[in-house]
Design a binder for this molecule. Sequence first.
Ligand SMILES: Nc1ncnc2c1ncn2[C@@H]1O[C@H](COP(=O)(O)OP(=O)(O)OP(=O)(O)O)[C@@H](O)[C@H]1O
Length: 566
Amino acid sequence: MLNSIFKYYLKERKLLTYFLVSSFFVTVLDLYGPIVVQNLIDNSIPKKNINEFFMFSAFLLTLYIIRLFLSIYSSSRGQLMGNRIKFFMREDLFKKILNQPDTYFMKNQSGDIISRVTNDLENVSALLYRGLEDFLFSILSIAGAMALMATFNLKLTLITMIPLPIAIYFTIIQNKKLKYGYIEVRERFSKLTSGIHNSLKTIFFIKDNVLEKDTLEKFSSKNKELLSVEKNNIFNTSALMSGINFYNQLTQLIVIFIGGYMHIKGEISFGIIVSFILLTNRFRVYLLRLMGLVDVFQRGATGISRFLEIMNIPNIKDGNTIIEKNIDSIKVDGLNFAFGKQEVIKNLSITIEKGEKVAFVGESGVGKTTIFSLLKRTFLPEENTIFINDLCIHEVDRESLLNKIAIVDQRDSLMNETILENIKVVKRDATKKEIEEALELAELKEFVESLEKKENTKLGQGGIELSSGQKQRLSMARLFLKDPEIIFLDEGTSALDNILEKKIMDNILQKFEDKIIISIAHRLNTLKKFNKIVVLGKDGIKEIGDFQSLIDKKGVFFNMYKAGNL
Ligand SMILES: Nc1ncnc2c1ncn2[C@@H]1O[C@H](COP(=O)(O)OP(=O)(O)OP(=O)(O)O)[C@@H](O)[C@H]1O
């Protein structure tokens, strides 16, 4: 685990060095200050030497000013290092997430993925910068302060340290309690966040069904749970903070009482007492910082392990053969596929040649979309049963295959960008003419022309909302622009009226006359010009043939068609 993180520190070694060296000098100056104070009080003041007095004071002021600038420098280097590490981790993580298979996004909630890329990495960055600083320099400061005090007076140092073991023991015990408390707070917090995410995902359904009250109740119950675990932490946090302050006061009292006694007895100077007070005060500051580390460490370690959880997922098994030429055939030979124990596709065999138009029909849940997923390599069958240009799909390079496929389905695929950006996303170098042609074939040209900013009109937030039919036509425009080898239509025209649907289907059939078109459609009327219609049942293919032959057969397809036209 540390190795993977060390790599990021190594990348930022320059900033890390500046940060560590400058922080070291800040700590040294913090410790040096009390020595100067002791000299000032013990030498310059009693001697009534005004020159020396001013010189020491000016020196002290210079030290403080140097410390000020050094501390600004060290904290800005540290922060920059933390931010840069966060930046690179975020880049690596998002790249890895984008390369996950579809199944990853089916299994993981987007709220959780978002928090891994945002919150988690904030915490990691805090650990790698603040955590490192607090850990190293708190220990160095405390050890340095003790060593310095020992050189001033060993006896007073040892007496002053008497309450320290108790303070450390108390801090450890309280921190343990807080550690579990923080874990609980984080768990409740993430439940609350995913609850909000779920509500927003279904907000229109909630509003249409007047479920606001119900939704608020669910939210409130999670919110209350969070408050109740936060409440448990309040006592422990307050006890710890107050305990440390008490320790500090006790130590100062010991310094004043025992130090004062020793001063009266002539064992130590007055300046040593003041330096002891200044140095023990640093204990308080650094103990508090060490205490804060527990949370920083907890959050950061969780962030790191959640980061590595994704980074360590093995890369998708990709094929090695890039499909360069046109796609001449798709062959499915005895395909079986199951989701876990649920068998979905059973013994499916079909060959689709270049230029053929094939449709899969059948009752809901019979596996039509799953066939698409298998043909586009989202899922891989266990056996060698799918062949693209006679090449087993396991061996096919995924990117080269998907570059030759265009899909229009019912999933929301529009981005909050302009119409132009939304279309061009499939072909960055598309010319104006190509875009116009795509809009025209998708029967969208007139609509776009009617908009004030035409194709530069922004969609979504801050722009216009499209109707579901317009959204589907925009996806169609992408299809026409991409000019693929294989076209998948999964209910791709379902949001269009009959006239538009016919027009666009005709455009598709004409434009992609020599390409493979595979469609899933519930409106069977749209399949009249298809070469093969495959009627799927639970145990595989029930019927196969062109539209007319299946109607003439008066079998399953005929009954489906009749039912649809009643
Ligand atoms: N990612 C998945 N994980 C587990 N099961 C799945 C997954 N995707 C689909 N299924 C299951 O596989 C079966 C077939 O689903 P599929 O979406 O292929 O059906 P379909 O024929 O396209 O249905 P519809 O006409 O309703 O869209 C269903 O029982 C579904 O629950």
